[in-house]
Design a protein around this ligand. Structure first.
Ligand code: AMP
Ligand code: MG
Length: 419
């Protein structure tokens, strides 16, 4: 780690990387830096996708009363004993119970209360005779039971959905839409959720045109800004992307001195003459890792500026994506209370051809997968971002591996959650 060096030594430009860190070393440093952010209250209605900060238990029963689960007649089951279509038993209708408007009174033997699904069961009734088993008489106060119902039939007991005291959701839960429904049903209107990490996006490069501008001459349109903004959002961060930054010391330093929890810098992370960010982080903060034994993304830097974590991502778009997923995304997810692991689903398949990689370097290979056959894309360059849009996913060759022979079973991480 490059911690206690003199100022002049902070300038690594044009000297190349003396030694690269392994991915494992970089992750070990990173994981020591990251702690879950504090909780904040969020209105329930905006809480889908947020991370619950503390477990949620119910202080009430849901429902708070026994209720009908069918339309029909609330009765004492004993009043229907022996009833068949050939031996109908007469019942006297003494009132009705509607959802939100309960019957005031009790039901005795030989009596019935007209009841709708969701309405409270009256006292004395322990079953619902479904409407289709009730014979209608000309006198609306009279019906006949055409079938017997057993006790507890066609009703839901108090607390059948949620019993008071039950822990419904654990801390760390990423709230699903139905979780909001359950929380609302126990009377909650606000939830304690982990604060979303604020992420300052510093997209640097004199050659860049703002996203949406047709590229012309030697200028290229910014590909990393929109991609990283979407990745940060996917990982639960709040991206702050005020605009492109030139390869200029003052401008980059200003972006690094941010109020955010994380600064993600794209471009200028290597050892070229215009690669200012690593030197600035080393001078004004801590550049803990610079240069990682991986491909793509080897010119990646990790560090801190005060309380803020800094990620220096190479400008080559594939490198930016890969380094984001390995390092920045992991930190953003962990700060926000999410799992460190990739938000990608993995599947297994067999390599269609040999994939080699030198010992000592981790490789991130884009692949297509069809019928269980994993086909590494021939285009390997980190500048070819369309390789990641043509690919279905990626696979990793660890740094202690020379690669895999054709036919080897490998794990593929799918870019699409729903593929
Ligand atoms: P750098 O990391 O600044 O040396 O850039 C490496 C390569 O990536 C160069 O070809 C840059 O033009 C290109 N590049 C840098 N930033 C971006 C960006 N935001 N979008 C697309 N390409 C970029
Ligand atoms: Mg550059």
């Amino acid at each position: 780690m490059h911690r206690s060096r003199s100022r002049a030594d902070d300038d690594v430009r044009m000297r190349g990387f003396a030694k690269r860190h392994t991915v494992a070393q970089a992750l070990a440093w990173l994981d020591m830096q990251v702690h879950t952010l504090a909780a904040e209250a969020a209105p329930l209605r905006n809480a889908a996708g947020r991370v619950l900060a503390a477990s949620a238990a119910s202080e009430v029963d849901v429902p708070g009363f026994d209720r009908a689960t069918m339309d029909g007649y609330a009765v004492a089951a004993a009043s229907t004993e022996g009833a068949t279509p050939y031996t109908p038993l007469p019942l006297t209708v003494v009132g009705e119970s509607m959802p939100g408007r309960e019957f005031q009174g009790a039901v005795s033997l030989g009596e019935a209360v007209r009841i709708m699904t969701g309405a409270p069961m009256p006292e004395g009734a322990d079953a619902v005779l479904p409407a289709e088993f009730a014979g209608i008489e000309s006198d609306p106060r009279r019906i006949t039971a055409l079938a017997a119902v057993s006790p507890e039939k066609n009703l839901g007991k108090r607390g059948e959905d949620i019993a008071r005291g039950t822990v419904l959701l654990d801390a760390g839960r990423v709230l699903r839409p139905q979780d909001l429904g359950v929380l609302s049903s126990i009377g909650v209107s606000k939830v304690e959720v982990v604060r979303r990490p604020r992420v300052r996006l510093a997209i640097t490069g004199n050659e860049l045109l703002p996203a949406g501008t047709p590229p012309h001459g030697a200028r290229i349109a910014d590909a990393n800004g929109p991609m990283l903004e979407a990745l940060i959002d996917r990982d639960g961060g709040v991206a702050d992307f005020p605009g492109l930054i030139p390869d200029d010391r003052e401008a980059i330093l200003a972006a690094l001195q941010s109020e955010a929890d994380v600064v993600v810098v794209s471009g200028g992370s290597s050892v070229g003459i215009e690669d200012l960010a690593p030197m600035l982080v080393a001078q004004h903060g801590e550049l803990a890792v610079h240069g990682i034994a991986m491909r793509p993304s080897s010119p990646t830097g990790l560090g801190r500026m005060g309380d803020c974590l800094v990620f220096l991502l190479p400008g080559n778009p594939v490198s930016s994506l890969c380094a984001y997923d390995f390092f920045a995304g992991r930190a953003i997810r962990a700060l926000g209370g999410r799992g460190k692991q990739w938000p990608y689903r993995s599947v297994r398949g067999r390599l269609s051809r040999k994939l080699s990689s030198p010992i000592g370097r981790l490789d991130y290979a884009r692949v297509k997968i069809a019928d269980g056959s994993v086909d590494p894309l021939a285009v390997g360059g980190a500048s070819v971002l369309s390789s990641t849009t043509r690919a279905d996913g990626f696979m990793i060759v660890p740094d202690d591996s020379e690669g895999f022979p054709a036919g080897a079973e490998v794990e593929v991480w799918l870019y699409d959650a729903h593929a």
